[in-house]
Structure formats: C-alpha cells, structure tokens
Design a protein around this ligand. Structure first.
Ligand SMILES: *Cc1c(COP(=O)(O)O)cnc(C)c1O
Length: 426
C-alpha cells in the first residue's frame, strides 16, 4: 500500500461540553477506586484562573491541580502547542533522538545550576530517578556499601515504594511494609540533627551518601527552608562529598517567585527534581544534576513515556511563556498581595489564625492547634462560596493559584476566604 492511499482523518471540532447537569457521584465511585477523599463537585471546564462544574457553578481556582497549572486553564500558548504537536509527532521512543526533548533540557540547564536532565512523567518518578542516581553514585564514586539517604520529618516525596519510604510521614507508609531500606529521618530546619545523624550512621560499611530535602515543605504544611540551615548543609556536603538532592516538585518552576526554590536559600544542589508546574498540567517530570554526579550509563534507567515530544513541547512552552510574560514578577507581586490580605485576616481572628507564611505563590495559613476548626472545614466553606482551596495537613490552608493570577482575582479570593472564616468561626 502506498502512503498516498492512506486516508487522512477528518478533524472534528466539537464545542466544549458545558453544564451537563447534576453529576452522579455514586456511579463514579462504583467504578473508580476509593483512594481520594473527594469534594462533591465535578469540574468540566476551565479558562484562566476559573473553572466550572457540571451545574455551571463558577469557581476561582486557587488549587491549580495542586500547584501544577502554571499558566491556568486553556492558556492560548498551551492550546497552540498541544494542537501543533499532536498534529506533528506526539510519541516515539527514547531509542531515537527527540529534538524537542533536547531543547527543553537546554532551556532548563541554561536557567538552573544543573548540567544534565533525565525526563519522566511525575514527581515520584523524578525522585525515584534521583534516589537511583544517588545509590549508583554511592556504590561507584563514594564507595559506600550500605548507603543511607537522609530525609526530613513531615516531608513529601511521592507515592511509589521508595518515595513513601523517603517521605518522613508515617501515615503514608502505614500498611505498606516492607519499605525500601537505606533511609533515615531528621527534623527539618535543624542542623544539629543532621550533623548527629551523619556521625551516628557512619559505622562499618554504612554511611550517609545523600541528603534529600524540599527547599520549602509543601504537603508538610508550607514550611520554607531556613537559609542558614541549607547553607550549613551545603558546607557539610562540600566537606564530606555527601550529595545534596532538592525536591523542587512543588516549589520549583517559578511558583516561589524565583525559578527554583534553592535560589531563596543561596545554595545550589547537586541533584534536583521538578514535575508539578513543569508541564502546566501535562504530565512530565525531570531529574537534573551537575555533571560530576551524572553516573548513569545506557540501560541504568528508562521511561517509556518520559520526555516524549508532546510533553516536552508543552513544557518548553510553559518555560518560554514564564519568561515572555514576566510571570516571576507577577508571582512576587501577587504573593505579597495575598500574604498581606491573609495577615490582615489573621489580625482580625488572632485566636484562630496563628501564622501566614510562604514564598511567591505558594502560601500557607495555619489554624490554631487548640481550635476545633480544621483546614478542611474552611476549604469546604470556601468551595461553597466559589473558591477552590486545598489543605496542607490538618491545620494549614494552602494557596497555590496559577502564576497568571491577577490582582483582582487575589482580592476576590481574599474576600471569599474572609467569608469562609466568618462562617466556620461561629
Ligand atoms: C506532589 C509532590 C511529589 C509527588 O509528585 P507526583 O507527581 O504526585 O508523583 C513529590 N514531591 C513533592 C515535594 C510534591 O509536592
């Protein structure tokens, strides 16, 4: 058969479904595994920082797919790239060269301290790649027979077996033993604890080979890293040859107001990972490193979908749009505006709101431990008023809107948060 006789598919353009009516949650639950505590709204459409449910109700989206939809919903640059790339080439294999994967790696290298990139599909996979790279580095360079990776209490690194082991929160590990050996935990922002752990673990064939930390703990309650802590860790790593791995999956890709969270800390990691915001909502992850720790050789690691032309083209568009639209400036200004508003609210409800903290557009508002009101209560009240929010632990409300959010949208969100707080604080 000659190529000429292959019929071309006709392009059918349908309008987006809108207001399909009340959603049958029970029917969904019969078919989909019960791994999430879902809020009873069904979303079907989005534009900018707004989404609509099946009943036509509009919400301001300050969840953004959990710090993922960098450019909001239906951004014209993403629509253009997705359309162009699916019509051109969407997936081949890493057995061949994928030019746009090379372009994305080059952009990321030019805009970070890294010199090499590996592509995968999610945050957990990026951290798995970092853990594997650190293990091989331990065996081949550091010559540690039983390497240990130190991670922090209240951290979050993903849901695979190795990454729930790395995650210093027992609730994610419960019932999944046996976990992966070679991890130990220290309190976050506590340099003495790291020093003590390194000397305690250095015995026989066993030693610390790497330290894996978030520059700002996201799921653990939006807790920024201390500059002095990270600088002291960097010094220890330089003196001992221990690798510093930063998990930038949530704080990276501009969300903090700088492209990478480590820029707030005045240090450079040896290895770091990115995912959530990288593809603006299209699945992609990356593990990046400096040249000296790139010990991978052909066959060591792989991913079928990782770095495919579709995901890489979209991620490259997200990167270029961040630069073109000066989004980091917007992130800093909108972040200040949001924290100022939340602090005014905290001043009004001092018994309920105990802290407001964050960088750029990753912010947390902590509720008093003594109060019966939980973050989920406030989230529920906010959703009823038309604002999507997500908790970060039982007592912290998290604010992670798209990086394109406007001043008017931040004001509107603040007004709704105030109403939600007034509703729950009876
Ligand atoms: C969300 C998250 C992960 C896991 O990412 P997935 O894409 O869900 O696998 C890892 N680390 C951090 C810091 C995260 O916030």
């Amino acid at each position: 058969m000659s190529l000429d006789t292959v019929s071309q598919p006709t392009l059918v353009v349908e309008s987006n479904p809108q207001q399909t009516g009340a959603y049958d949650f029970d029917r969904f639950n019969e078919a989909v595994m019960d791994t999430y505590a879902r809020f009873p709204i069904a979303l079907e459409r989005g534009a900018g920082c707004r989404v609509w449910d099946t009943t036509g109700k509009e919400y301001l989206d300050f969840v953004a797919g959990i710090a993922t939809c960098t450019l909001g919903h239906a951004h014209p640059a993403m629509v253009e790239t997705v359309t162009r790339q699916i019509q051109t080439l969407h997936h081949v294999s890493n057995l061949f060269y994928v030019p746009v994967q090379g372009q994305l790696a080059q952009w990321l290298i030019q805009h970070s301290c890294a010199e090499k990139a590996f592509f995968c599909n999610s945050g957990a996979e990026a951290n798995e790649a970092a853990i594997k790279l650190a293990r091989k580095y331990a065996h081949t360079v550091q010559k540690i027979e039983h390497p240990v990776i130190l991670t922090a209490n209240a951290s979050f690194h993903g849901r695979t077996l190795a990454t729930i082991t790395a995650t210093g929160q027992p609730k994610y590990q419960k019932n999944f033993a046996p976990l992966v050996p070679g991890f130990d935990y220290v309190p976050y922002n506590d340099i003495q604890a790291i020093e003590a752990a390194i000397s305690e673990l250095d015995e026989g064939d066993r030693a610390v080979s790497a330290i894996l930390l978030e520059p700002l703990q996201g799921e653990g309650g939006v807790r920024p890293g201390d500059v002095a802590y990270f600088q002291a860790i960097r010094r220890i790593c330089d003196e001992t040859g221990i690798l510093l791995i930063l998990d930038e999956v949530q704080a990276g890709m501009g969300r903090s107001g700088k492209l990478w969270g480590y820029e707030h800390l005045g240090i450079e990691p040896d290895i770091f990972t990115s995912a959530k915001g990288l593809g603006g909502g299209i699945p992609i992850g990356t593990m990046m490193c400096k040249q000296h720790c790139d010990v991978f050789a052909p066959g060591d690691h792989a991913s079928t979908f990782g770095g495919n032309p579709f995901a890489c083209a979209v991620a490259l568009t997200v990167c270029e749009t961040l630069a073109k639209e000066n989004l980091l400036e917007n992130v800093l200004a909108r972040g200040e505006q949001l924290r100022t508003g939340l602090r005014a609210l905290a001043a009004k409800y001092p018994a309920l709101i105990t802290d407001v903290r964050g960088w750029g557009l990753i912010n947390g508002m902590e509720l008093a431990a003594e109060s019966e009101i939980t973050a989920a209560d406030v989230v529920q009240a906010a959703i009823a008023e038309g604002l999507l929010l997500v908790p970060a632990g039982p007592k912290v409300l998290r604010f992670v809107p798209p990086l394109i959010v406007t001043a008017a949208e931040v004001d509107a969100a603040l007004q709704i948060v105030e109403r939600a707080i007034a509703t729950v604080n009876v």
